[in-house]
Design a protein. Structure first.
Length: 237
């Protein structure tokens, strides 16, 4: 079972368009889907779930869609407040939330603070997030802290990332049919297993998630090493 699952929630707009709806309807339905997958993570013992909610590239979308997405995250956090507290979900935000309107930003910061001691599941919301921008931010912070170049290690850089203290993702799921990582968790996904699904995110059910977990469980993870096999057993290295 993966300790950390990351998801690129792709296909919201296409889901809406196929039903003759505005793209915002797809985003709203997709946001509701997060609840089911978060609950499934708790049921299966996944400790960290990271969702790609809004990328640094998404600013190029139509202004009305961007404005809708700005409001959607705090809206859904408030709507799911009872579930978040009952199931002890810890909310963390990866990215720059200063772009949110003041009241929305305060609401997000409040729920991050209020859930800090929850331990059933870390739900990372990657918002206004880009993997390369995260690395640049980490390097700048290390320079400001006076870390010498010769003292820089992979562990030190990892400790400067948004995900400091969390395991790297074991499994990255992308829905919607495309097969790329789209600047998501660039540093953390070096040995992540990828699972691509043609299912559009609003239709990605708990059963579809279970299929992704089963596929992950069938893989042999080598991390660049030759797998160890029992005496006499065949090796597929």
């Amino acid at each position: 079972m993966p300790a950390h699952v990351a998801i690129i929630m792709d296909g919201n707009g296409r889901w809406a368009q196929r039903r003759g709806l505005e793209r915002q309807a797809g985003h709203r339905e997709g946001a509701r889907r997060v609840r089911d997958i978060a609950s499934a993570c708790i049921d299966y013992g996944v400790r960290v779930l990271t969702i790609y909610a809004f990328s640094t590239e998404n600013w190029d979308r139509p202004a009305d869609e961007v404005s809708f997405l700005m409001d959607l995250i705090p809206e859904r956090l408030e709507a799911e407040r009872s579930m978040i507290f009952e199931q002890q979900v810890r909310i963390r935000v990866l990215g720059e939330i200063e772009t949110l309107p003041l009241l929305d930003r305060v609401a997000v910061q409040d729920i991050v603070r209020q859930t800090d001691r929850h331990a059933a599941l870390d739900l990372n919301i990657a918002f206004n997030y880009g993997g390369r921008a995260e690395i640049v931010r980490a390097v700048r912070n290390l320079i400001r802290e006076g870390v010498r170049a010769e003292d820089v290690t992979e562990d030190i850089v990892s400790g400067a990332m948004y995900t400091a203290g969390q395991p790297d993702p074991d499994l990255l799921i992308r829905t919607g049919g495309d097969q790329r990582s789209s600047n998501f968790l660039v540093w953390q996904s070096t040995y992540t297993e990828f699972y691509f699904s043609s299912i559009l995110w609003p239709d990605f059910t708990k059963e579809a998630f279970e299929a992704a977990l089963a596929d992950f469980g069938s893989r042999q993870r080598r991390f660049g090493r030759v797998p160890v096999t029992a005496p006499g057993a065949a090796s597929d290295a």
